[in-house]
Design a protein around this ligand. Structure first.
Ligand code: EPU
Length: 401
């Protein structure tokens, strides 16, 4: 089990805060990480991978503060470069990320947070322009606990003058990982993982060496793979404490889950029982596992209920699962899934990262062959998915189009 892409991305952008060389390990080899590396290189950084999973980032020569459209449009997480660029140059221009497949995903919470630190922010020609000759710590209450906004504010506040108190902060493990790395760089950050984070600005940040925390969403995906195929799986390096809510749902579905110090294992006999899930900010049930659990619900012995409360349009897998014989009724942000004894393999289309993996999971349990098209979505966040699933006994191969 590799490092979390959603931890590694902000950690890579945090390297913009220093002139010294930073070293990250446990960096997953996925497309989004490559996009972030291209973005940093475009700004003038040197990014190298001295060995598998390792990354060396030297931002000493960075002299650009513009994150261009062609990269931000590929990956919304690039917007998190805004905070560190602003801290470094007193100005930053980052392409407006716009909508994406899973919802409109505005950036108003990021902008409100950075404005409270003294930044003047405007939107012009498709770009967000921020200027702050001097950032000053402030009291910020986020309108909602946005993960990206929390990261942007943290990375600007570490270099601001004075103390920042950030309330209603996101509490995801990725926020703790970022705070740990910033502290290694010399920042003063307290309370990450709770909804109030306090940051004391410092004049200069230095190098860090940091191992990216393991990917709880990838771990959860493999556990669902075990559950959906009525088998056994042990996910090494998975941290049960980051997966509390999904593990409880798996147990409600009838899985036997064993939480070990540095792994989680699961055994499932027979059909899953129906279950109820409502996505929520951490420590609630992660939206990034909703599609995978829906695939599981399609095979349950009864009706499951799945509410998506984070994104307004994250049910695109529903019509593809229906092509495989799933019986799913949609009403607004609620899906009612009537489980069937079997799904039938079919050609289906991936629409986003998590939707695409849910189709692969459904394909594992379906009778006959399932062909998932547009698998490049998978490559944004899953490393060695086919070979890992093959090790679990799946018959899966990638075909070049
Ligand atoms: N939102 C606003 N205004 C803002 C920011 C967010 O209304 O200024 C809304 C969003 O539209 C969304 C909700 O708040 O409805 C939560 O968004 P958040 O900002 O927390 O999400 P994010 O930082 O853009 C990260 C992950 C996503 C994950 C979400 C929620 C990264 C790089 N991305 O996105 O991961 O779904 O948190 O947990 O960390 C994925 O990996 O597949 C993925 C989409």
């Amino acid at each position: 089990m590799g490092g979390a892409k959603n931890s590694a991305l902000p950690l890579m952008f945090a390297c913009l805060l220093t002139d010294e060389v930073c070293r990250l390990s446990n960096v997953p080899e996925v497309a989004d990480i490559e996009t972030a590396a291209r973005l940093l290189e475009g700004l003038g950084a040197r990014v190298e991978r001295p060995a598998a999973g390792e990354m060396e980032i030297d931002c000493s020569a960075v002299d650009q503060w513009v994150a261009p459209y062609d990269l931000v449009r590929k990956m919304r997480a690039s917007f998190v470069a805004l905070g560190p660029l602003l801290a470094r140059f007193g100005r930053a221009r980052v392409s407006w990320p716009g909508g994406c497949a899973i919802g409109s995903r505005p950036v108003d919470v990021h902008i409100a947070g950075l404005s409270r630190l003294g930044a003047a922010i405007e939107q012009e020609h498709g770009y967000v322009e921020a200027q702050a000759p001097k950032l000053v710590g402030g009291h910020i209450i986020l309108e909602l606990p946005s993960v990206g906004a929390t990261e942007n504010v943290m990375m600007a506040a570490v270099a601001a003058e004075g103390v920042t108190r950030l309330e209603n902060a996101a509490r995801e493990p990725e926020i703790i990982d970022l705070a740990d790395a910033l502290v290694k760089m010399g920042a003063v950050v307290r309370g990450a993982g709770s909804s109030v984070i306090e940051i004391e600005g410092v004049a200069k940040l230095g190098a860090m060496e940091h191992a990216v925390a393991t990917d709880r969403i990838v771990a959860g995906t493999y556990l669902v793979a075990g559950a959906i195929s009525g088998g056994e799986v042990e996910v090494s390096a998975a941290r049960a404490e980051h997966l509390q809510s999904p593990l409880e749902v798996l147990e409600a579905a009838g899985a036997v889950v064993e939480r070990k110090t540095d792994s989680v294992s699961l055994r499932m006999d027979g059909r899953p029982r129906p279950f109820e899930v409502a996505t929520a900010a951490y420590p609630g049930f992660p939206t990034d596992l909703q599609a995978q659990f829906m695939a599981l619900a399609c095979l349950a012995d009864g009706e499951s209920r799945i509410d998506e409360t984070i994104f307004e349009n994250r049910f695109m897998h529903v019509q593809e699962l229906a092509r495989m014989g799933a019986d799913i009724g949609l009403a607004g942000n609620r899906a009612l899934v009537k489980g069937r004894e079997r799904l039938s393999g079919a050609p289906v289309m991936a629409t986003d990262l998590r939707a695409s993996v849910s189709l692969v999971l459904a394909g594992l349990a379906a009778e006959g062959e399932t062909e998932v098209l547009r698998v490049y979505h998978l490559d944004r966040g899953y490393e060695s998915l086919e070979s890992n699933l093959r090790r679990l006994g799946a018959d899966i191969r990638r075909e070049k189009a």
